[in-house]
Write a new protein. Structure first.
Length: 340
């Protein structure tokens, strides 16, 4: 084969690799450029912070949904856990007078639901779809029971600290006084928690045995078992971790709003899965990266933020979200066929 053909093949292989590993990041940058040019205030610092706050809940939970999908499973109960943890956090905080106990209760109920999901799926070999669909209904009902069918307002102002506190911009941008020229006082704590979650779970997936075993299990569960990986234990850990992070996100949202609402989180699970798959995480398992998740979360957040700035009809936004989910699934299928 001539050197020209070898060079062409090498270039084509490099392009394919770049598209596979960072294609959605390129899409996000392109969308960001278009929105910045066409929509007033989109690229402003205030709106960037607002965008970060808008995607914080999805980003936090998507970090562990990455592990579920990469292992070949998924969790449909996270939307209900998200709601229930917020309600329970507010109720416990009101009854005990301790904000810390309330937030811990919200996180722990998520971990408990995740543990139940993991045990049922791993030990009883029940399909993840059926298991998490059942717990989704159970936990949503529990959220309504705990809140007696209504939103629960936190009695203490301290309850809102976690969701509403700010890191002063003076730490990041010296010389920019409190409030600056745009009225922005700092970076919201939920945004910082989201960034930390991206870094932490990205490190776990890429640089630890736990992450490598997760991808191996998603690629071929039986081969992973024969290789000495305790597949059942790994599944239980992953689903418990998913429940804890969904509970944590729900507690943060309740703190941010000052209330626990059993009605929130409807469709939340689809948004999280859409973000992961849109970024490039495979629904079949075995393929995943935190870069994929970050790209998918930012694309969905940027599109929704742009629609809000343009004051598009909320009903139209449902159509756009559904289109994004369909596009994500089609993109995943396209990558699978090309790989085959």
């Amino acid at each position: 084969m001539s050197q020209e053909k070898l060079k062409a093949l090498s270039t084509d292989s490099l392009v394919r690799k770049l598209l596979d590993s960072g294609g959605m990041a390129v899409v996000f940058l392109a969308l960001f450029g278009v929105f910045s040019y066409r929509i007033d205030r989109f690229c402003s610092l205030d709106n960037m912070v607002s965008l970060g706050l808008q995607v914080s809940s999805i980003g936090i939970v998507a970090c562990t949904m990455l592990f579920c999908l990469a292992s070949g499973d998924f969790d449909l109960s996270i939307g209900s856990v998200y709601a229930c943890s917020g309600v329970l956090a507010a109720v416990v905080a009101n009854q005990t007078g301790s904000v810390l106990f309330g937030l811990l209760a919200g996180i722990l109920i998520g971990g408990l639901v995740g543990l139940v999901n993991g045990i049922v799926i791993a030990k009883f070999q029940i399909n993840a779809l059926i298991t998490t669909l059942a717990t989704m209904q159970i936990v949503r009902g529990l959220a309504y029971l705990v809140g007696k069918g209504q939103s629960v307002s936190a009695s203490s102002e301290k309850f809102t600290v976690l969701g509403s506190s700010l890191l002063p911009l003076g730490w990041l941008l010296p010389g920019r006084g409190a409030g600056g020229t745009s009225g922005l006082e700092g970076i919201p704590t939920p945004v910082l928690i989201t960034v930390f979650s991206f870094v932490l779970f990205g490190f776990l997936l890429r640089y630890t045995t736990f992450g490598r075993n997760t991808l191996a299990m998603g690629g071929n569960k039986e081969a992973a078992r024969l290789a000495g990986i305790n597949v059942s234990r790994l599944q239980i850990i992953i689903f418990t971790m998913q429940g804890l992070m969904a509970g944590f996100a729900g507690a943060i949202m309740a703190s941010r709003m000052g209330i626990g609402d059993p009605k929130v989180g409807v469709g939340f699970e689809l948004q999280v899965i859409s973000a992961c798959v849109l970024g490039g995480v495979s629904l079949k398992g075995g393929i995943g990266s935190m870069t994929f998740v970050v790209s998918g979360v930012l694309i969905m957040g940027a599109v929704e933020n742009a629609m809000n700035l343009k004051n598009l009809d909320p009903f139209f936004q449902y159509i756009v979200r559904g289109g994004i989910l369909l596009a994500a699934v089609l993109f995943d299928r396209f990558k699978q066929r090309r790989a085959d």
